[in-house]
Design a protein around this ligand. Structure first.
Ligand code: DX5
Ligand code: ZN
Length: 247
């Protein structure tokens, strides 16, 4: 078991190991199967699907059909990031299509406890996402009941944006909040993750790097996944080994 000390206010806490999660929004849709297989070969831990409805975010992407089409191409877990209003309406089709971890936005859901329990009944993992300006207090009471908290580090809706620097502090605050409550959950970061900022993201206490452009815009997808994973693992082992980080 790896104990990691974070900040000065807490003794030790546990952070799950890093995971690299390519977001297929930035993949080449003409050869999606191929790119997904390449990412998986390189050691991607999960795949991320942004489902957008044109209402919750000002963009439309794809729906459960893409999840279904790719399910037979890959054996790693699929994350469905529901960037939609009324997420409860999309849950069944997304799970039926092959989604393994369903993430809904707290801003779009009036009854999160109800949604979480209906997702649990369907035997899937559950995550909750927060837009950049949504305070952490919004998930304070549901945190315990989900597997992953996803912090949007750009305004949601489009790939290829730059990470908002203030979000590093938000990651740190969330990890601290979890530690205070004795929780060891995945913290995912989504938006503008790249080779330059990956280490500060991991150092701040996140462990799931969701990356679209920085992986799929490269000529060699395999190399990009491996590079991101190497950075994340190095920092993680450094934190575990030293027993503290450089906050
Ligand atoms: C953005 C989506 C992200 C997107 C990230 O609204 O939620 O998953 O694919 O793309 P990059 O890594 O290009 O910022
Ligand atoms: Zn996403």
């Amino acid at each position: 078991m790896n104990h990691i000390k974070i900040g000065l206010s807490y003794d030790t806490l546990l952070i799950p190991p890093p995971k690299i999660v390519p977001s297929i929004l930035s993949a080449d849709l003409r050869k999606l199967g191929e790119e997904v297989r390449e990412a998986e070969r390189a050691g991607a831990d999960m795949l991320h699907f942004d489902i957008m409805d044109g209402h919750f975010v000002p963009n439309i992407s794809f729906g459960p059909m893409i999840i279904k089409a790719l399910r037979s191409e890959s054996s790693i877990p699929f994350i469905a990031h529901l960037m939609v209003e009324r997420p409860e309406d999309f849950v069944d089709p997304v799970i039926d299509a092959g989604g393994d971890l369903i993430i809904f936005h707290i801003e779009a859901c009036s009854y999160p406890f109800r949604l979480i329990s209906s997702l649990r009944k369907r035997n899937v993992n559950v995550g909750v996402a927060l837009n950049p300006t949504t305070p952490l207090s919004a998930v304070r009471y549901v945190m315990k009941y989900v597997d992953m908290i996803l912090l949007m580090t750009v305004e949601p809706g489009f790939g290829g944006q730059t990470l908002i620097p203030e979000m590093i502090d938000k990651i740190r605050k969330l990890r601290d909040l979890m530690a205070k409550n004795g929780l060891r959950k995945d913290i995912a970061v989504d938006g503008g993750v790249d080779f330059m900022n990956a280490s500060s993201i991991i150092r701040a206490g996140a462990n799931v790097l969701i990356a679209g452009t920085s992986i799929f815009s490269q000529n060699n997808i395999e190399e990009a996944v491996k590079k991101l994973k190497k950075i994340a693992l190095e920092i993680y082992h450094d934190l575990c080994g030293s027993g503290h980080n450089n906050l």
